[in-house]
Every structure is written in C-alpha cells, then in structure tokens.
Write a protein that binds this ligand. Structure first.
Ligand code: FAD
Ligand code: SIN
Length: 546
C-alpha cells in the first residue's frame, strides 16, 4: 500500500485543474494533480466556441454583466457576475502570455495587425465578445496548459487515478473542527487504492452531464466531485438547472458531437424539414436567443411535427468562410456524410452543462475547511438558472486564480498532515455482475432523459425519484461487497447527482431558466436558489455565504 502526501491535492485535469496547478506552482506551492483518464481528458478539451470577455472597445463590462444576468433568469449572484466579468480580460492575457494562440481577424476586416483577435458571437450575447481558437478553443487552451504543467517540477501528475472519497478529520476522529485531510484514490491500471494526505484538496472534476442518455460531454462527466463533496457534508445548489445544448449532430454513431453555437453566431439558421425557419415564433433574438429558449423551441417543434431532429444550416455562407471558421466541425460532420458547406445538418438538443454544484465563495472555498471546488463542479452563483455561452471556461480561469491566491496565502496556517488509515481491503471479491453495473448505468441515463429532461412534470420527477431510490439500494449493496472499480464508483456518483437534480427540481415550484415544468409554468417574482443541505452539514463553522 503506497501512502502519499501532498501539499495541495487537485482532483481533475481540465482547464480549472490545470490552470490552478500552474498558478500554485508559480507561487512555490507543491501540487499533486490527479486525473481519472489521461491528464486533460474532460469537457475542457472539447470546448468549441470560445471564452467570453470584454475585449472590444465598443463593448463594456456592464453589457457582459447584463447579458449574464438575463441569461441566468435573474438567479445569478450579481457580485459573482461582476467579479468574473471584470477579471475576464486579465484571464485572457494570462492565457496569451502562456502561449495560447487565439484566432486573429481575417477577411475584409483584417488590417494587418496580428494583435486583433477575432471575436465571435453566441446566443444571449449582445456584442461580439467570444475569443476563440477556430472551433477548437478548448483543445488549444488545454493542450497549451498541459505542456506547461508537465514541465513544472513542483507538479506531480497521477493519470488514470480516480478519487473515491474525501477523508475528513471527523472520520479519523481528530480533535478540532471538521476539515478535509486527504482522499482515497484508486489507481485504475494497477487496481490499487491508496490514501493521499493533503493540507488542501481541490475538486476540479467537471460536471455531471453523463447522467443523461444524450450528452455533448465526454465519459469523464459523472459528477464525482459533487457527489464526494455532498458525502462529506457540503451544501449543493441549483442542480435542477441542467443546460441542454440546442445543436448536437443527430446521427446514430455521432456520440457527443456538438455543433458550436458560434455557427449560429456567424449566421447559421435553424430549419424545419421543409426549409422554413421557426425561431422567430419563439424569441425576438431568433437563433441567438439564450440557450434554454432555443433548446426548448427545438423540443417544442420536434414534438409538434413528430420529428427526429431539426436542421442547422450555414450553407448560404461561402465555403471558404465555413472552412475558415469551422474546420473541425466541417471535418466531423463530413465523417457522418454531411457537408455543412453545402447542406443543412440534422441537430437535436443534448445535456451539456451542470449549472449547479458545490456551493463556493469567490475563493473557491466550500462549506468544509481545507476543501475547495472550482470549475463546472462548483456553484459560485455566476450562472443562475442558465449559463451564458462561453462563460464556463472563463469561470474556470478566474476562480483558479482566486483560489490559488487563497490557498497559497493560507497554506502555512494549516495543520500538519495526518496519516490516513489504509483502505479497507476486506471487499476482495471482483464484481462478477459487471453487466448489472452497466445495465444500471443505462437505466439511469435513460430515465433521466425521459423524466428529468427539457420539459418536466411532478409525476415524471416522482417516477425518477422512485427509480433512483431502488438503484441507490442496489449500489449500496455492490459498494459494500465488491472490490471498487471505476465503473462502480462512477455509477455510485451518477446516482447521487441524479438524486440531487431531482430533489432540486421537485423543490422548485416555478419554471425558471433551464427548469421548465408543466405543473408550474410561471416564474415567481422573487428568485431563490435551491440549496440542498446534507444531514452531516450542521457540524461546520466554515459555511460559505453567498
Ligand atoms: P473538465 O474539463 O470536465 O475536467 C474535469 C477533470 O476531472 C478531467 O480531467 C477528469 O478526468 C477529472 N475527474 C473527474 N472525476 C474525477 C475523479 N473522481 N478522480 C480524478 N479525476 C477526476 N464552455 C465555454 O466556456 N466555452 C465553450 O466553447 C465551450 N464549449 C464546450 C463544448 C463541449 C463539447 C463541451 C462538452 C463543453 C463545452 N463548454 C464550453 C463547457 C466547458 O468546456 C466546461 O464547462 C469546462 O471545460 C469545465 O472545465 P473543468 O476543468 O471544470 O472540468
Ligand atoms: C459552443 O461552442 O456552442 C459551446 C459554448 C459553451 O458551451 O459555452
């Protein structure tokens, strides 16, 4: 059994975890960075459209703030929104200084000055303010940061290591107030569990969109960090706000194939099979309405006309323009037989982003001392009831900087590292019923899609709640009897986040932003967060306030 110690343990190698690791290392802090797959495999790597920031002289912080508040359906925390928006230009400078290459202006607007970055538009933005690297912004940012992280001697990297659970002082019966002291980690290649003791632990594990059958997300988005934080007593907020991206390619083999909102930002139109446009009937901003409205409009039209999909068309633009702006989307669609420069492509909405998560303040602090959470796993109050496009990578970057400062300032005051008992290896039996785990995964993802999707009702939510209870019992049984595997751990976490989504959805007696229910179609005058408090919460003195 290997026992490890880390000054700071960061769980997750997306843009949140990578940028935090670098920032900490640059202030002289030693970091252990773990990722359950290869280092940067996660949503960040697949981000397409870009990063929202006020970079144009005709744009303003006020406008970015207003757009974020409007998209968030009045539920955002205005203080958080201002903080993130005002720190956005500095976050972009930091990326550029670290070697990230964003697309520059070309075509008729080009005036020979390479420093003029091309800014695209996306739904809900009243200005062009999305800086991007063609249509593969996430890959450019994540791979650039990953190279720097790999060269940094203060960062130890453990790939194919999945965090199982956080370890608290309470669990070890230590004196003093409750706090996080480390985590149990499974080396998925060696099949061995070890404990890592740490002075601070950061959850940067991304979202939970894999709880839905159809999603734009990679396999890593199983809500592990949200479930781990919940189990140790952190409050979780606003999980009912699952963002469905309006335009994922509809094809039986096109798993997780997003077609960026930037396609609509650059003039792409949504069409019914007869070629007619329909967004005018749903919102004055038409194709560029906030994402919740576009996804719901597509869902409505599909149900009204009994369609398998609607269509997205950018073929009225010159081929050179389409290939110049969207080379990867073009290639990907070609692979499935669709030439976006010549014809409309079939699209459907799919689960894309988890607006809720672990409640944190503007330093990434959670309810439990020594535990931080940043990125999609967190709920800072930025997104409210619906995230504005391209505000997510931005939040990862801004909160990584803030929490790096908080962690490095407070590290010396933290108590010594505690030794953590070995993992209980009495569960030695390999799960001979692996097929049951995979059936449970499928069952969960299907009923979440059917009952907790774009349009909800109390009856459907209660059906989902009932099935979740049954699955929880089965999983408890597996978990206490069998050797842990990543599939089993992820299933356990998915069921927990599904439960949190349904609990929040049942609590909200109105429709707001991404939560739309036929039983309460109106929006209340006063917006309130849905906060779920775990039974082991009361003990803390560290609770974050919003
Ligand atoms: P991720 O990038 O998902 O990284 C999570 C990391 O945690 C991964 O390394 C994963 O392996 C690891 N991990 C998870 N659980 C564990 C565990 N138990 N133990 C160890 N490691 C674990 N947002 C924008 O702002 N602009 C865009 O253009 C944009 N486009 C998008 C396109 C797509 C296709 C998708 C899926 C998302 C897009 N988003 C976009 C959203 C954005 O990419 C994500 O919200 C953001 O990248 C999340 O970053 P993160 O670091 O929090 O999580
Ligand atoms: C996209 O490119 O459409 C995704 C942007 C986002 O999720 O913010």
């Amino acid at each position: 059994m290997t026992k490890n110690h880390a000054e700071v343990l960061i769980i997750g190698g997306g843009v949140a975890g990578l940028s935090l690791s670098l920032r900490l290392a640059h202030t002289g802090v030693n970091v252990t960075l773990i990722s359950k797959d290869t280092l940067s495999e996660g949503s960040s790597l697949y981000a397409q459209g870009g990063i929202a920031a006020v970079l144009d002289k005709d744009d303003s912080f006020t406008s970015h703030i207003e757009d974020t508040l409007t998209a968030g359906a009045e539920l955002c925390n205005p203080q958080t929104v201002r903080f993130v928006v005002e720190n956005a230009p500095k976050a972009i400078d930091w990326l550029i200084n670290n070697g990230v290459e964003f697309s520059v202006i070309d075509g008729p607007e080009y005036d020979g000055d390479d420093s003029q970055y091309h800014l695209t538009r996306e739904g809900g933005h009243s200005h062009r303010r999305v800086i991007h690297a063609q249509d593969a912004t996430g890959r450019e940012v994540a791979t650039t940061l990953e190279k720097l992280v790999r060269d940094e001697s203060r960062i130890s990297i453990l790939e194919h290591h999945i965090a199982i659970d956080l370890v608290t002082a309470q669990k070890l019966e230590l004196t003093g107030s409750n706090r996080v002291v480390g985590a149990y980690i499974l080396d998925t290649k060696a099949g061995k569990v070890s404990a890592i003791a740490a002075r601070s632990v950061v959850i940067a594990t991304g979202g939970a969109s894999k709880s839905y059958l159809y999603t734009s997300n990679p396999d890593t988005s199983t809500g592990d960090g949200i479930a781990m934080a919940w189990r140790v007593g952190c409050r979780i907020a606003n999980m009912e706000f699952v963002q469905f991206h309006p335009t994922c390619l509809y094809h039986p083999h096109a798993k997780s194939s997003l077609i960026s909102e930037a396609v609509r930002g650059e003039g792409g139109r949504l069409l019914l099979p007869d070629g007619s446009r329909f967004m005018k009937q749903h919102h004055k901003l038409e194709e560029l309405a906030p994402r919740d409205i576009v996804a719901r409009a597509i869902d409505y039209e599909m149900k009204l006309h009994g369609l398998d999909s609607v269509f997205l068309d950018i073929s009225h633009k010159p081929k050179k323009f389409v290939l110049g702006h969207f080379p990867n989307i073009y290639k990907n669609c070609m692979q499935y037989g669709f030439d976006i420069s010549k014809e409309p492509v079939p699209v459907v909405p799919a689960a894309h982003y988890t607006c809720g998560g672990v409640m944190t303040d503007l330093n990434g602090c959670t309810d439990l001392a020594n535990l931080y959470c940043i990125g999609e796993a967190s709920c800072t109050g930025l997104h409210g009831a619906n995230r504005l496009a391209s505000n997510s990578l931005l939040e990862c970057l801004v909160l990584a900087k803030a929490s790096a400062e908080h962690i490095s300032t407070n590290l010396t005051q933290k108590d010594k590292q505690h030794s953590i008992p070995d993992w209980d290896e009495s569960r030695v039996t390999d799960p001979d019923e692996r097929i049951v785990v995979s059936h449970n995964w499928d069952e969960l993802r299907r009923f979440m899609w059917d009952y907790v999707g774009i349009v909800r009702t109390d009856k459907r939510l209660e059906r989902a709640a009932h099935r979740i209870k049954l699955l929880q019992e089965e999983i408890r049984d597996y978990y206490s009897n069998f050797k842990v595997s990543s599939d089993l751990l992820e299933l356990r976490n998915l069921v927990t986040v599904a439960d949190l989504i349904v609990q929040c959805a049942l609590k909200r007696r109105e429709s707001r932003g991404l939560h739309y229910t036929l039983d309460c179609p109106d929006t209340k005058d006063v917006a309130r967060d849905s906060v779920i408090v775990p039974s082991n919460y009361a003990a803390h003195s560290n609770s974050v306030s919003w």
